[in-house]
Design a protein around this ligand. Structure first.
Ligand code: KIV
Ligand code: ZN
Length: 503
């Protein structure tokens, strides 16, 4: 059996199923290109039949990436498989991932089909998928609660029809690591070298990573996972945890390896948070804000004497560099370029010019520019979408008695519009003026602000989720040293996103 573990990233498909995490086509493409740099083997770019937007994003990704395998999910129905096959067609390496539920509860209540009908459907689906590509993955949805004897039958049928990968998901995150080990061992021994066994675990009991690792130990050679562990309900297994566990504990994983470029992990994690507006919790393994911080004096003392007293992974292993060089207003283009390179950003001349412009503006407002400030600036630039509206100036007054007020000047294509409004607090008054200027009433579904780095003059990053005109809510984020301006930019970014979706 091969020692390489295939990393199948489903951030763009299962990850996007996280409540509130929807991404537009440009964002998906950005992320796909970053996932390619990260070195994932397969990218599940979406579910082509789900919507024209999903189809479009998969097709654009298939046209844009080079070596990575691009996959689309499809239910075991012809129309889904056809859409998936057409959407991934431009890719050099393409896969169709078709699935049907195999647990008694799903077959009886959801599908209302007998087990033999389900086998027939699976077999036809795989055969039809093979007319688009040789690389066909078949998933037994809810495999974790399916009967082994039935799984063996349906897996035989799928392999006979041409499936090359057999995925056995614990769809509802019910299983414990020892159960997954035994289950995957039985199935992997049964399938032997006729197909690759894949694991796909959900995190409902907080066991998705552990279950995936036990699956690998039992013979699975593909792991399906997402960046930051985002996904349906409590999420999927986190890519960064699986990859770093296999690397850090190579003694236990006995020669197994992934082709992930670990130094790209942190950057990819930041990009996913910026696009989805979902920050990993501070104590999240590998990519959380506190993952490499030592608070207790005893730990700090130990780390200073010998890092390995309390560190099993170095921050620099995942691309979280810290050279203690802080930039400021006297730093030149060369210093900014070298710092960005050290942080893992390779920018072309135009991108570097844009980054330097933004750096200079920030350096006029803030004395010390930390790595986190630079990372936030660049990531913000990366996810920028075409601007229909742009905030030019903002003046906001908060008041502890009576109303707060805001006056804004906004550019709308070639028009400059100014207006003011009163509100219950600064944020309310700012969002109200933007509504007046754009003539669209947004309903604010979520609003978060956080400091990007440290110090009283730290930049604020505001993220909003807004619903305009009964359509699906959109996200927007804004960065500024002024929290109210960051909020205004975030709200206007959501408005721009809404207009871009309508196009
Ligand atoms: O969790 C699951 O079962 C899935 C399948 C569609 C693979 O996401
Ligand atoms: Zn899933």
């Amino acid at each position: 059996m091969d020692n390489k573990i295939i990393i199948f990233d489903t951030t763009l498909r299962d990850g996007e199923q996280s409540p509130g995490a929807s991404m537009n086509t440009e964002e998906k493409l950005r992320l796909a290109l970053q996932l390619e740099k990260l070195g994932v083997d397969v990218i599940e770019a979406g579910f082509a039949a789900a919507s024209p937007g999903d189809y479009d994003a998969i097709e654009k990704i298939a046209q844009s990436v080079n070596k990575i395998n691009v996959c689309s999910l499809a239910r075991a129905v012809e129309s889904d498989i056809k859409a998936a096959g057409m959407a991934v067609n431009p890719a050099k390496n393409k896969r169709i991932h078709t699935f049907i539920a195999t647990s008694p509860i799903h077959m009886e209540f959801k599908l209302k089909k007998t087990p033999s009908e389900v086998i027939k459907i699976a077999q036809n689906a795989v055969k039809y998928a093979k007319t688009f590509t040789d690389d066909v993955e078949f998933s037994c949805e809810d495999a974790g609660r399916s009967e082994i004897s039935f799984l063996k039958e349906i897996v035989d049928a799928a392999i006979e029809a041409g499936a090359t990968i057999i995925n056995l998901p614990d769809t509802v995150g019910y299983r414990l690591p020892n159960e997954i080990y035994n289950f995957i061992k039985i199935m992997s021994d049964y399938v032997a070298n006729k197909a690759i066994i894949s694991v796909h675990n959900h995190n409902d009991l907080g066991l998705a990573t552990a279950n995936s690792l036990f699956g690998v130990m039992a013979g699975a050679r593909q792991v399906e996972c997402t960046i930051n562990g985002i996904g349906e309900r409590a999420g999927n297994a986190a890519l960064e945890e699986i990859v770093m566990a296999i690397k850090t504990r190579k003694d236990e994983f006995k020669g197994l390896y992934t082709d992930i470029v670990c130094k790209e992990i942190y950057k990819t994690s930041r990009l996913v948070s910026s696009i989805t507006g979902m920050e990993p919790q501070a104590n999240k393994s590998i990519v959380g804000k506190n993952a490499f911080l030592h608070e207790s004096g005893i730990h700090q003392d130990g780390v200073l004497k010998h890092p390995e007293t309390y560190e099993i992974i170095k921050a620099s292993d995942i691309g979280l560099e810290n050279d203690n060089i802080v930039l400021g207003k006297h730093s030149g283009r060369h210093a900014v370029k070298s710092k960005l390179e050290a942080l893992g950003f390779e920018l072309n001349d135009d991108e570097l010019n844009a980054a330097f412009e933004r750096f200079k503006i920030l350096a006029d407002q803030k004395k010390d520019i930390f790595d986190d400030d630079l990372r936030a600036l660049i990531t913000d630039e990366m996810i920028k979408i075409p601007e229909v509206f742009e905030v030019i100036t903002l003046s906001s007054n908060s008041c502890n008695k009576g109303h707060s007020s805001a006056s804004i000047t906004i550019r709308n294509k070639d028009k400059i519009i100014s207006d003011s409004a009163l509100g219950n607090g600064s944020v309310d008054s700012i969002f109200k003026v933007v509504d007046r200027i754009s003539n669209i009433n947004g309903v604010l579904k979520d609003y978060q602000v956080k400091a990007v780095s440290s110090g009283k003059d730290a930049m604020a990053k505001a993220t909003v989720k807004v619903q305009f005109e009964d359509k699906k809510a959109v996200l927007g984020s804004g960065l500024d040293v002024d929290t109210m301006l960051a909020s205004a930019k975030a709200y206007v970014a959501a408005l721009n996103s809404y207009f871009n979706l309508k196009k």
